[in-house]
Design a protein around this ligand. Structure first.
Ligand code: NAP
Length: 438
């Protein structure tokens, strides 16, 4: 019997469990740990609440979770309740699928001002992540600035501009829905330090901005390169740029009908945040793009900003005793191998890029590495006790483990508490989750 511990129950974790099950059938036991009492990681707390069809992938993970040889071990934090070297004593292979839950730091003056928040915190707040549920951003100002031109920036700008009706079928948590519905925002500036040909936004997500009830996207035609230059772009990016071109053609009469303008500000690199205690403006430097890089021109200007959300990428959290690549913000690894018997997968391996589906081949790849290490004797077979070992340790430390069956009770309670038309009302507090699961 092979015993595998996977740390993290998001897409990378469950695709790895699925691949292990496929490879070894009944000859493997997999424990999927999560520090929260609830599974699915970014599917629950990262994917936008109005993208329910994407969240539907959790049904596939549930199939894996409900099989005999995979079990969910919730409410156990690795590094606090059990260390990685300890887990290596109990399991043949330990796989870190912990994602990249922290914001890449916005390293400019004024970043500590009130109402300057990172996307991990802001997205966590509207998605009900217990760590960020109390963020309470002030949405009473008129101007928001979203830094970054990736899909997270799009999620944030879209959620900020949707009205209650547009969020009706979403699972946005009540505290965020109430705050957003009272927002006084008139403008959301999406700030990019490079140009339209360098955006990281995918076409489907970008196109959604054209269909908002209360907001319209604005692009300045002068920022767009010659249309003929789009031919050299890869097809996805070309489609995204086509959306930008259509935004540039939106007539003023349409903008005038909407309460909120979502303005794309290209070639603008953030330099400083200005304000007494709370942010009031952002100073940016005009850039030009040379060989794909943003070069400052020395010319600066200010944009009013009552709320700033930086969506500039994520970092993994270091775990004691695990080699970490500080510069890259992820575990130091060689194609998923960290140390003998210790592996990483997903964002913890490659950094925060790619879609949910990218984690599927990633999971299969790490399982291939583990198989090779079993075959070559790098890791032994049959010497570890896996589940039985952990259950003993958990009892000795009085850990309050949440099982998949407990999670199903939490899920049922969340579904029962849903407002009309919504799929669920999430618990945003760990204790409340545990109580519901008992
Ligand atoms: P991202 O795609 O890497 O975009 C980050 C953006 O931040 C880029 O525009 C980048 O500009 C900018 N940036 C980085 N450092 C900056 C700085 N110091 N100052 C100003 N701008 C800076 O990251 P993301 O939006 O966080 O998304 C992470 C991953 O999740 C992506 O693979 C994304 O596609 C995925 N995701 C997918 C969906 C979806 O499919 N619906 C939703 C959300 C996220 P430069 O390019 O100039 O560096």
């Amino acid at each position: 019997m092979r015993h595998i511990a996977i740390i993290g129950s998001g897409p990378a974790g469950y695709y790895t469990a699925e691949a292990a099950q496929k490879k070894w059938g009944d000859d493997v036991r997999v424990d999927v740990f999560d520090c929260l009492p609830v599974p699915y990681g970014l599917i629950r707390t990262g994917v936008a609440p109005d993208h329910q069809s994407i969240k539907g992938v959790s049904r596939r993970y549930e199939k894996t979770a409900l099989s005999e040889n995979v079990r969910f071990v919730g409410n156990v934090m690795v590094g606090r309740d059990v260390t990685v070297p300890e887990l290596q004593q109990g399991y043949d292979a330990v796989v870190l699928a912990t994602g990249a839950p922290h914001d890449r730091k916005l390293d400019i003056a004024g970043a500590e001002l009130a109402n300057v928040v990172g996307s991990a915190a802001f997205v966590g707040w509207y998605n009900g992540h217990p760590e960020f549920a109390k963020l309470d951003p002030d949405l009473t100002g008129k101007h928001a600035v979203v830094i970054g031109m990736g899909n997270v920036a799009l999620d944030v700008a879209r959620i900020l501009s949707k009205c209650r009706k547009e969020l009706a079928g979403s699972d946005i948590v009540a505290h965020a829905l109430d705050a957003l519905c009272q927002s006084q925002l008139q403008s959301i500036t999406i700030l990019g330090r490079r140009g339209p040909h360098q955006i990281m936004m995918t076409p489907k997500e970008l196109g959604e901005l054209a269909n908002l009830n209360c907001a319209s996207p604005r692009v300045d035609l002068r920022d767009l390169p010659d249309e003929g230059d789009d031919a050299m772009l890869e097809p996805g990016l070309r489609k995204s740029v086509t959306h930008l071109r259509s935004f540039a053609a939106i007539p003023e009469s349409i903008h005038a009908e909407k309460d909120i303008e979502i303005a794309f500000d290209f070639f603008a690199s953030p330099k400083a945040l200005i304000g007494e205690d709370t942010v009031e403006a952002i100073e940016v430097e005009v850039t030009k793009v040379e060989a794909g890089r943003a070069i400052g021109t020395g010319e600066t200007y200010r944009i009013p900003a009552d709320l700033v959300i930086s969506c500039i990428g994520y970092r993994s959290s270091p775990i004691p005793d695990v080699p970490f690549d500080e510069r890259a913000g992820r575990f130091a690894n060689d194609d998923g191998r960290i140390l003998n018997g210790l592996y990483c997968v997903g964002w913890a391996r490659r950094g925060p890029s790619g879609t949910i589906g990218t984690n599927r081949p990633d999971g299969a790849n790490v399982v291939d590495q583990i198989a090779e290490d079993f075959d070559t004797g790098v890791i032994g077979k049959g010497s570890k006790k896996g589940r039985a070992w952990f259950d003993e340790l958990s009892a000795a430390r009085s850990l309050e483990v949440v099982t998949f069956r407990d999670w199903k009770k939490i899920e049922e309670a969340e579904e029962q508490a849903a407002r009309d038309g919504a799929p669920r009302e999430k618990f945003v507090d760990v204790e409340a989750m545990i109580r519901a699961g008992r």
